[in-house]
Design a protein around this ligand. Structure first.
Ligand code: NAD
Length: 358
């Protein structure tokens, strides 16, 4: 197959980690007989420097002409909150997600076997294994609802944020979760606050309807407060967790911490049609940029997700994940995950070692 991939290298460590991910793709291409056309797309602080705005005209069109988008990271102190919105990298991130219609954010939190010691949970809990997929609704809910701030007569200033969800929005994210569960261990846990919120009661009723349709998938409702506890108490019980935007924002960060390092975790944002956008969950790490210290594994595992979810190529995805696990179990570590006494290797060497195992 021939795949056309948009590369948003971005700022800080972005270009370094994307560089290693590209090497991995090329190695996968050699082994499995694929070729790639890479299209560089300028976005973020580097775009502000080059053309005066973080989201240059035509960015979405360039990406839409590709099969998938790989993004390193954007942002940095140089393009901070004092800059006008069109120059800030965060504006570009929101815009690209919206323009590509990406409504589902997939964040796996998996404890890689060789990294069990990095898990901050009890040893017995880590030993049971952690391999969950958080599916977060990305374009609705309280982050996108009407907001207001106004004077009242007797209570001073008051502010409101509206949380709204439609059946349609809930159904499309729900279907994503059930479909994903069918590719995994066939369990969906839907997270809500149905004992309090009307949006959650609607959420729950739509999920129950879907659960009947996907009768081969085990389904459960989990209240968000209980879910936050269960993620630290017994994360091994979860397979696919599906939830609305704000709950997902908070729970996905919690889930990623139980697996150890931020430098290991990939993510995908997908919509109803290509291209999906794949990126590490970490930022541009300006403190270590340009020093060959960044861990490229999160970006490399994002490529594995790309093969699995955009190209339906699970053998290629498995090969990448197995190569990462092999290098980690041989003891190779970048500085962020090196135990005391271990001499770390650099970004480039980590990328090369992973390639050699594919
Ligand atoms: P960050 O994720 O960039 O860094 C947090 C800490 O983790 C730093 O100490 C950093 O050195 C370390 N770290 C992150 N990724 C690493 C890697 N791959 N290997 C080794 N160490 C790694 O978060 P931050 O410092 O809060 O943000 C820095 C910039 O990144 C900000 O401008 C922020 O807006 C931006 N950001 C961008 C994205 C994105 O592009 N999607 C996401 C989050 C933050």
């Amino acid at each position: 197959m021939k795949y056309k991939i948009a590369l948003i290298r971005g700022d800080g460590i972005g270009p370094e980690v994307v560089g290693q991910a590209v090497k991995v793709m090329e190695r996968v291409g050699e082994r499995f007989g694929h070729t790639f056309e890479f299209v560089d797309v300028l976005l973020g602080g580097c775009a502000t420097d080059a053309v005066g705005k973080s989201y240059p005209d035509g960015t979405a069109e360039k990406c839409k002409a590709c099969d998938a988008v790989l993004l390193g990271a954007v942002g940095g102190p140089k393009w901070g909150a004092d800059k006008p919105a069109e120059q800030r990298p965060e504006t570009a991130l929101l815009a690209i997600r919206k323009d590509l219609g990406l409504y589902a954010n997939l964040r796996p939190a998996a404890l890689r076997p060789a990294m069990a010691d990095a898990c901050p949970l009890k040893k017995e809990t880590a030993e049971k294994g952690i391999d969950l997929m958080m599916v977060r609704e990305l374009t609705g809910g309280i982050y996108f609802g009407k907001r207001d701030r106004y004077e009242t007569e007797d209570r001073g200033v008051e502010a409101t944020d509206l949380m709204a969800y439609s059946e349609k929005e809930i159904e499309r994210i729900g279907r994503r979760a059930f479909e994903l569960a069918r590719l995994r261990r066939k369990k969906v846990s839907s997270v809500d606050k149905a004992n309090v919120l009307e949006t959650s009661r609607l959420w729950r009723s739509v999920m129950h309807r879907l659960a009947e349709e996907y009768a081969d998938v085990v389904y459960e409702d989990v209240l968000v407060d209980n879910c936050a506890m269960q993620i630290v108490k017994d994360p091994g019980q979860f397979d696919v967790l599906v939830t609305e935007n704000m709950f997902g924002d908070i729970l996905s960060d919690e889930a990623s911490m139980v697996t150890g390092s931020i430098g290991l975790l990939p993510s995908a944002s997908i919509g109803d049609c290509a291209p999906g956008l794949y990126e590490p969950i970490h930022g541009s790490a300006p403190d270590i940029a340009g020093q060959d210290k960044a861990n490229p594994i999160a970006t490399i595992l994002s490529v594995a997700m790309m093969f699995r979810y955009s190209f339906q190529r699970s053998a290629e995805a498995d090969a990448i994940e197995a190569a990462v696990d092999a290098v980690l179990s041989e003891g190779w570590r970048t500085p962020d995950i090196a135990e005391p006494g271990v001499t770390p290797i650099g970004t480039v060497e980590m990328g090369e070692r992973i390639c050699r195992h594919i």
